[in-house]
Every structure is written in structure tokens, then in C-alpha cells.
Write a protein that binds this ligand. Structure first.
Ligand code: GRF
Length: 197
């Protein structure tokens, strides 16, 4: 089996990144994590990845004169790792159209809502404010429109009486860690291409 080479883009703690790294340790998993790139040097996930022996890089957009130049350097790094697929995992920058189009069909994201509901930020607060009975998470392809790409997998989580954004987020995170490795497995194995592209 030739395993797909995957880079993960993060900005913070990287718990979804860790779930992908763990899944990729299985000998029959069709992807390997070859690099982790952060737009914040302080992202806790960078140290976790480095401790696993995975290549890491950090790149602050503020150091570049434009988003395009920042993304050109990201592309160079990903190419230097010979990446086939990109997973966004808590990467808190909106990506430009050129970068997104370059990775069309090969870049996925995890979003903490049942898309198309609650695109963007503060999804748990907004679901609670609406009195939603069910909330959840989605792994989807990345397209130029924010959180608009085709969904690959979703998990529903009931909203419980007394839930706060934190308790709801914690229950959903457990599901994120389950569906993200499964979605990457589906993409890397080629299972998805027939149905979604
Ligand atoms: C997760 O809730 C994910 O759905 C969202 O950002 C958060 C990242 O958490 N896109 P982590 O860095 O993976 O722990």
C-alpha cells in the first residue's frame, strides 16, 4: 500500500491533529502525517508533533507583506514535504482562493457544527442561543467560500439541559476525534473520489 502524504495545518492545541497522528500509526491506515504547519509559533500542537518525530514549521502571516506571499511560502513548505493531502485542524486563518484552488479536492477541514448550519466562529454559543436540540461537527472539503465545501462525514450530538458552550464543545470534540481520522481514511484510500468529485 502506498500511503498518502498528509500535512496538518494548526493554530492551537492540536487535539484533532493528535487524533490524526494516532490513527495514522495503524499499519493499514492509508495516510501518513509528514508535517505539521502552524501560523502561530506558540501553538501547543507543534511540540506534540515534534515529539512524535514529525516535521514542523511555523509561519506568522504578520511577517509577510501580503496574504499571497504568506501562502506562497506555505505552498513551498508543503511541496518540500511532498504532500498529497492537507488537513486543516483548528487553523484559524481564512485561506485565499489561489491556495484553496491549488488543493481542490485534496484539502479537508473539521468544523464544529452540522454544516450548513453555523458557518464561522462561536458555533456552540450560537446553537445554544437558538435553543438547538442537536448540534455536532462536520468534516468537509475546503472551497473558497468559508465552511461551504461538500461534507464528507458528520456526527450529531444532543444538546443537554444545562449545557454551556464548554460542556457542549467537549462532547462534540470527542466526535471530532472519531470522524476526522475516518474522513481522512476515506479520502486517502480513494473511496471518496467516485461519490463527491
Ligand atoms: C475544533 O473544535 C475544530 O472543530 C475547530 O477548531 C477546534 C480545534 O481544536 N475547527 P484542536 O486544536 O484540534 O484541539
Amino acid at each position: 500500500m502506498i500511503r498518502k502524504r498528509v500535512a496538518i495545518l494548526i493554530s492551537g492545541r492540536g487535539s484533532n491533529m493528535s487524533a490524526l497522528i494516532e490513527a495514522a500509526k495503524a499499519p493499514d491506515y492509508p495516510a501518513e502525517i509528514v508535517g505539521v504547519l502552524s501560523n502561530r509559533a506558540a501553538a501547543a500542537g507543534l511540540a506534540v508533533a515534534a515529539a512524535e518525530g514529525i516535521a514542523t514549521a511555523s509561519l506568522a502571516q504578520s511577517k509577510f507583506p501580503s496574504r499571497d506571499m504568506f501562502e506562497d511560502v506555505m505552498t513551498q513548505i508543503l511541496e518540500s514535504w511532498d504532500v498529497d493531502l492537507v488537513c486543516l485542524a483548528g487553523f484559524m486563518r481564512v485561506l485565499g482562493e489561489d491556495f484553496v484552488n491549488r488543493w481542490e479536492g485534496r484539502m479537508i477541514n473539521i468544523h464544529p457544527s452540522l454544516l450548513p448550519l453555523y458557518r464561522g466562529l462561536h458555533t456552540h454559543e450560537r446553537a445554544l442561543a437558538d435553543g438547538a436540540k442537536v448540534h455536532g461537527c462536520t468534516v468537509h472539503f475546503v472551497t473558497p467560500g468559508l465552511d461551504e465545501g461538500a461534507p464528507i462525514l458528520q456526527a450529531e450530538v444532543p444538546v443537554l439541559p444545562g449545557d454551556t458552550p464548554d460542556t457542549l464543545a467537549a462532547r462534540i470534540l470527542i466526535e471530532e476525534h472519531r470522524i476526522y481520522p475516518e474522513a481522512l481514511r476515506m479520502l486517502a484510500s480513494g473511496e471518496l473520489t467516485a461519490t463527491l468529485q
